[in-house]
Write a protein that binds this ligand. Structure first.
Ligand code: AMP
Ligand code: MG
Length: 348
């Protein structure tokens, strides 16, 4: 498991500098855990270390439950639903899962289908429903084409209260592009309900903060998609999420060719051209969905998709290392080193 120094080296961590300016009784209490297949860090600014640790333990317990209930391929609540849908049955879903399905459907529509959590079979076909990364030749073109032609969509789902069915037996729900954002939102809500309104939660480089780090904002690093450390940093306070999707995270290696884990539902092929999309938005779930959708949209179409998803602060890095930023993002980020090419793009 990665230790904190590795975590920081990867640029995944918030820059937890000494708590300058924090009143003497306040301190940042930090814990790390391994959930959602990634290193998770929670930092809480508190006067009461024991209470902060108890709150983090509470949140950590919820992460473990969420990981089980929302997991794309391991046994759990979502797995039960997927099994029922594959068999043509309806299923009464757990109360915690239902709102995710509704929200995922709304956001999938808003993204024009580029974010499509109903393509679990395609994701599995490419080999991403395993703890270890896939290697070797891509799946057969005919198998990919068959799943694309079946066009599984969240709009195939039929809701009747908590009972969920599907008109399309090819629907298999994979919330890998969305659930971490939901978990971030719920973690900050829970910490606030327990009296900790100044917090930072880091799910493998997807971060959300509330309040501030004493009398200064929280400082966040955005991982470099093509190198070591952070490509840029920014300061955030209040309720805000900074979520990054990258094709460097999980991929299928075939000789010197890499096929990333984000699949374009239109072609069934991995999205290759945008190597990372970072979205800044108060709602971490929307930011998570948008980051995934913008990788699929590619380096020309992304502003239109960002507009449809209601996100204004975006940074895109393409395979050649070129950076595109919205004006709002440009005003906030500080690059570790000036990128070779930076373009500011309005979302019209
Ligand atoms: P993220 O890291 O948030 O971009 O999510 C990537 C994960 O979302 C993948 O590992 C898949 O489980 C799933 N996924 C892949 N392609 C898509 C897509 N086009 N729409 C929704 N989810 C996807
Ligand atoms: Mg995502």
């Amino acid at each position: 498991m990665l230790n904190r120094r590795d975590f920081m080296k990867l640029g995944l961590g918030a820059c937890l500098l000494p708590a300058v300016g924090v009143s003497r009784a306040e301190a940042v209490v930090s814990e790390e855990m391994y959930v959602f297949g990634t290193l998770v860090g929670v930092d809480v600014l508190s006067r009461n270390t024991d209470a902060a640790r108890a709150a983090i333990a509470d949140v950590s317990h919820r992460f473990t439950q969420q990981n089980r209930d929302w997991h794309a391929w391991k046994p759990g609540a979502l797995g039960d639903l997927n099994r029922a849908l594959a068999g043509g049955h309806t299923h009464e879903v757990a109360p915690d899962l239902l709102p995710l399905l509704h929200q995922a459907r709304e956001l999938a529509r808003a993204s024009g289908g580029l974010f499509n959590p109903a393509i679990g079979r395609l994701v599995g076909l490419w080999g991403f429903h395993h703890d270890t990364l896939p290697v070797g030749a891509p799946p057969h073109a005919a198998a990919v084409a068959e799943l694309v032609a079946a066009a599984p969509s969240m709009d195939d789902l039929v809701f009747d209260g908590r009972r969920v069915g599907s008109r399309n037996p090819h629907v298999q729900i994979d919330l890998g592009g969305h659930a971490k954002g939901v978990a971030l939102n719920q973690a900050l809500d829970r910490l606030a309900a327990l009296g900790h309104g100044n917090a930072l939660v880091n799910l493998g480089g997807n971060l959300a903060v509330s309040g501030s780090h004493g009398d200064r904002p929280w400082h966040i690093g955005i991982r470099h998609p093509q190198g070591e450390g952070a490509i840029a940093s920014l300061a955030v306070s209040g309720r805000m999420a900074v979520v990054t999707s990258g094709t460097y995270e999980r991929y299928r290696q075939d000789g010197d060719k890499r096929y990333p884990h984000i699949i374009d539902p239109r072609s069934g092929q991995p999205a290759m051209h945008v190597v990372s999309a970072t979205v800044l938005h108060p709602d971490a779930a929307r930011a998570d969905v948008a980051a995934t959708a913008l990788v699929v949209a590619g380096s020309t179409a992304w502003p239109e998709v960002a507009r449809k998803l209601g996100v204004n602060d975006v940074m895109i890095v393409d395979e050649a290392g070129r950076v595109q930023l919205t004006p709002g993002m440009a005003a906030r980020v500080h690059f570790a080193e000036p990128p070779a090419s930076v373009k500011t793009v309005e979302i019209t």
